[in-house]
Write a protein that binds this ligand. Structure first.
Ligand code: NAD
Ligand code: ZN
Length: 378
């Protein structure tokens, strides 16, 4: 390609500081270095974790940054040592790497590869070393990915090659939300056929968890959200019952216990709120109930009574739904192409990157499930 080896000037949405709208800027994207791949981003979803960094976490050292971590695109050029990718390949950037060599990659028990942004600057949720600059300033790469940009650069251990038939404006959702929720049910909770599940929070992550519970054969899937407008959508993914905590004066765990003869087999927290995490745990049946933390927060401690666990409940968390990223994402793309998992139904809005602030506002006010931004023409 004509751009290989050169700095590319392109458009990106830059978060200069916390709590402020993103600014569409012309940025420079350096050529890929050893083992790196430069990707033309075609489409990206907006996930609550982007909003978390901008409005909730607000770690000052984590700015300026290019947000976005749920994207899909096409390889533009490759750096020395890259053998797995070539220009033109369809790819999904990964916020969890899979180097296949570290202690964690070698264990089947986890997907938490030690390389990548998490080892680098976990505190600011970004990769310190970045190929993006604007007006002479270094721009951090949020979760190592930065998909709110026409071009970005990732190490090949954090890129998944996908089926050339995959529509990028749909499969981008597999870069975060859908794999996270689906995997939380299937891989982390390991929901069993015939079981009863409760999913707290019905954004894309929670709806994907509902879809995962159904895929695993759950008999009852109770969808819990304070926004009743989410209930219709939950039905599409397999929810069988709905509970709005605002309709009850009793704790939601009591309501669920009454509905299920003592509690659900599995509960999944997809909100990112420590009080909801506790309710989700307390909604599980004693003896064998499993509760999974999927929602993201690093701001508060959580609390629970030890007796909850002594009585036989298990409390666990999940990052990216437990999927080994390079292996799992292409499999999920295939599952979508084979119509075994839904993606189109998550998308409530389509916009261009210029309107990223509108997309953020929609999510802030609970008015969308996923907005997919078209970033550049394929
Ligand atoms: P979203 O904002 O679209 O959805 C959140 C939902 O929770 C909304 O429907 C909202 O009405 C509901 N909610 C809020 N308060 C509630 C309460 N008290 N009880 C019940 N429901 C409540 O967000 P999303 O993009 O679906 O992301 C959900 C969470 O998952 C976020 O915390 C995000 O950061 C996190 N996340 C985690 C991972 C991971 O790897 N663990 C990956 C992606 C996202
Ligand atoms: Zn996300």
């Amino acid at each position: 390609m004509a751009t290989a080896g050169k700095v590319i000037k392109c458009k990106a949405a830059v978060a200069w500081e916390p709590n402020k709208p993103l600014v569409i800027e012309e940025i420079e994207v350096a050529p890929p270095q050893a083992n790196e791949v430069r990707i033309k981003i075609v489409a990206t979803g907006v996930c609550h974790t982007d909003l978390y960094h901008l409005f909730e976490g607000m770690h000052k050292e984590g700015f300026p940054v290019v947000l976005g971590h749920e994207g899909a695109g096409i390889v533009e050029s490759i750096g020395p040592g890259v053998t797995e990718f070539k220009p033109g390949d369809k790819v999904i950037p990964l916020f969890i790497s899979q180097c296949r060599e570290c202690r964690f990659c070698k264990s089947p028990k986890t997907n938490q590869c030690v390389k990548g942004w998490a080892a680098d600057r976990y505190d600011v949720m970004a990769l310190e070393e970045t190929r993006l600059t604007c007006k002479g300033k270094k721009l951090l790469q949020f979760l190592g990915t930065s998909t709110f940009s026409e071009y970005t650069v990732l190490n090949q251990i954090a890129v998944a090659k996908i089926d050339p038939a995959a529509p990028l404006d749909k499969v981008c959702l597999l870069g975060c939300g859908v794999c996270t929720g689906f995997g939380a049910a299937v891989n982390t909770a390991q929901v069993e056929p015939g079981s009863t599940c409760a999913v707290f929070g019905l954004g894309a992550v929670g709806l994907a968890a509902v879809m995962g519970c159904k895929f695993a054969g759950a008999k009852r899937i109770i969808a819990v959200d304070i926004n009743p407008e989410k209930f219709e959508k939950a039905k599409v993914f397999g929810a069988t019952e709905f509970v709005n905590p605002k309709d009850h004066s009793r704790p939601i765990s009591q309501v669920l216990a009454e509905m299920t003869e003592g509690g659900v087999d599995y509960s999944l927290e997809c909100v990112g709120n420590v009080a909801v995490m506790r309710s989700a745990l307390e909604s599980c049946v004693k003896g064998w109930g499993v509760s999974v933390l999927v929602g993201w927060t690093d701001l508060h401690d959580f609390a629970a009574r030890p007796i909850q666990l002594i009585a036989g409940r298990t409390w666990k968390g999940t990052l990216f739904g437990g999927f080994k990223s390079k292996d799992g994402v292409p499999e999920m793309v295939k599952a979508y192409l084979d119509r075994k998992v839904k993606l189109d139904e998550f998308i409530t809005h389509n916009m261009t990157l210029d309107r990223v602030n509108d997309a953020i506002e929609l999510m802030k006010h609970g008015q969308c499930i996923r907005t997919v931004l078209s970033v550049s023409q394929p």
